[in-house]
Design a protein around this ligand. Structure first.
Ligand code: PLP
Length: 441
């Protein structure tokens, strides 16, 4: 009997966790652990849900995948297959997108400190749009675009004074953030006036991103209302109205059973309705763009580990260590992020033990999950940690000189390796030996 669990995950006849029709225990044997596994059907489903929601609202739109959540060539190609646009924030993310053959006109370039070289690279590639973060960048972009005799499409990133995180909204006047032009103090108005007078700049509109892991629509609605209070004035004063309004990402996902994300259509309907409600008689509805990262790939990814050592602290805690940790999933150490797990080769056994899942790095803070209910586990078992698809691989690092894991895509009973595991050789690839002359001194 195959029992369906979540997305396309299921319990196989041998009592193993399977994803996309592939046995995860076999995956761990074939590709080794730690291993990132992505359920491709689930990524497609999420992408289509966002796009369908916009189609239903009958507005012009772009859904740009925020590739910082997980960037590799195969993922970028999957985003292209699903008709998404792409948000990149560095020369490296842009390079990956270009090498993956992503349509340049659908690439949006973010970042609060784009270098001259990065801007030149993006201008040469003829990307669709720059999300300009500050006055320094606006002037630099104009100069470089002029030099190349091209016109750069621009969104101005604004900080609307509304920060949303999960269920909390923080209303701030001038937002104390390294990102964007401040709305309250007149910076946005000044930037609009400046950008519209620049020959090498075409001002497409405005952008804001209010936070992450958001479970309600109010924050987006509040931001839209606030932005339109200003837009109404600028329309009167300058006849200015944006062609595009980009409302960022941040749509919440389920990491643990405490998380209750909304269907994506709810966010989109609330956003479009809020914009429509603000337009008045004369302003036209802009094209609405969003840039989800986590909500496209987070729940579709899981990480497989092999269980190793146990340590019991009598009457206090039972530590269970795995062959990865903060090197492949920095989020618990960085944000105290919570996860759920299972023992993938013991899916039919009850979860009667409470373990704290430790990584193998030389840091006490290298804990993946505290006090997690799991099946009784022994060394050699395969553990699966769920919802690691966003900001897992992309924040992976080589602390303690651990090689970065491989990434596998699974779909319709087939697995495909999309990122190779790093080798020890890879770890020293850029090292140069100490010069003999220095050693002998
Ligand atoms: N857009 C911007 C400007 C961001 O800073 C981020 C995340 O940091 C995103 C989009 C993606 O956010 P999420 O992955 O929470 O959807």
């Amino acid at each position: 009997m195959i029992v369906n669990l979540y997305g396309t995950s299921a319990i196989s006849e041998e009592g193993h966790l399977s994803v996309g029709g592939v046995d995860t225990v076999k995956l761990s044997q074939k590709y080794g652990t730690a291993l990132y596994v992505y359920d491709v059907a689930m990524i497609r489903e999420k992408a289509r849900a966002f796009r369908n929601a916009f189609e239903q609202e009958k507005v012009n739109y772009q859904v740009a995948y925020a590739s910082k959540a997980f960037s590799c060539m195969a993922m970028i190609q999957l985003a292209e297959e699903e008709g998404l646009s792409l948000d990149v924030v560095s020369g490296g993310e842009l390079y990956t997108a270009l090498k993956a053959g992503f349509p340049v006109e659908r690439i949006h370039f973010h970042g609060n400190n784009k270098s001259e070289a990065e801007i030149r690279m993006a201008l040469d590639a003829k990307i669709g749009c720059f999300v300009v973060d500050n006055f320094y960048e606006l002037t630099l972009l104009e100069q470089l675009a002029e030099e190349k005799n091209v016109v750069a499409n621009v969104l101005l990133r604004i900080t609307p004074g509304i920060e949303a995180h999960t269920h909390d909204y923080i209303l701030t006047g001038q937002e104390d953030s390294k990102f964007g032009f401040d709305l309250q103090s007149g910076q946005v108005e000044q930037a609009i006036v400046q950008a519209t007078s620049m020959k090498a700049i075409h001002l497409l509109g405005l952008h804001c991103h209010i936070g992450s892991q958001i479970f309600e629509t109010n924050g987006f609605v509040m931001a839209i209302e606030k932005i339109y209070r200003y837009l109404a004035r600028w329309f009167e004063l300058y006849g200015y109205e944006p062609e595009v309004l980009n409302l960022g990402g941040g749509f919440g996902i389920r990491y643990t059973e405490e998380d209750h994300p909304l269907p994506v259509g709810d966010y989109i309907a609330a956003m479009v309705n809020a914009v429509r409600a603000q337009l008045g008689n004369e302003m036209k509805i802009p094209e609405i763009w969003i840039e989800p990262g986590r909500s496209l790939v987070g729940e579709a990814g899981l990480t497989l580990y092999t269980v190793g050592s146990h340590k019991k602290v009598p009457e206090l805690r039972h530590y269970l260590a795995v062959d990865g940790g903060m090197t492949d999933n920095l989020r618990p150490a960085l944000y105290q992020a919570k996860y759920e797990a299972t023992i993938a080769n013991r899916m039919n056994e009850p979860k009667e033990q409470v373990y704290s899942v430790a990584g193998k790095c030389c840091e006490s803070g290298d804990m993946l999950i505290w006090d997690c209910k799991l099946q009784s586990a022994i060394a050699g078992d395969t553990m699966a940690v769920f919802s690691t698809g966003a900001y897992g691989y992309s924040m992976a690092n080589n602390y303690n000189r651990l090689p970065r894991p491989a990434v596998v895509f699974v779909e319709n009973g087939e697995a495909q390796l999309v990122v190779k595991r790093e080798s020890f050789e890879d770890l020293i690839r850029h090292d140069l030996p100490l010069k003999q002359a220095i050693i002998s001194k």
